[in-house]
Design a protein. Sequence first.
Length: 133
Amino acid sequence: DHRDLHSFPTRRSSDLLASARAGALAEFVAGLEAGGAAVEACPTGEAALSAVRAARPDLVVVDESLPDLEPGRLVMGVLMVDAGIATAVVSRLSDEEFHERAEGLGILARVPETAGREDAAALLATLRGLAGS
């Protein structure tokens, strides 16, 4: 399906959080919602892939602590469904370590494990900057 990326900032985005720790990321989710996103949470990687196939979200945020899939495998699964879906990964790694491990996967950003509203705003700004280019 074709998306008009230039209209992204003016419409409500559709985001998906793949995490079994949705409660721990509540402030991050609240920040995404405050920035205009409708957020669906999935507790497993398989549930997230099913949701991606059904709804084609704009952004998928993958928690590294999923019980069933490693983040890289889930990101690859998302990209196989639709390479236009942006991805970010919640990770305890440093930016440098994360970049080394995730290089080549096209992941938009690393999100800290203790992500809050400011992290959500920064992620949305990065996504909107990408959409505006």
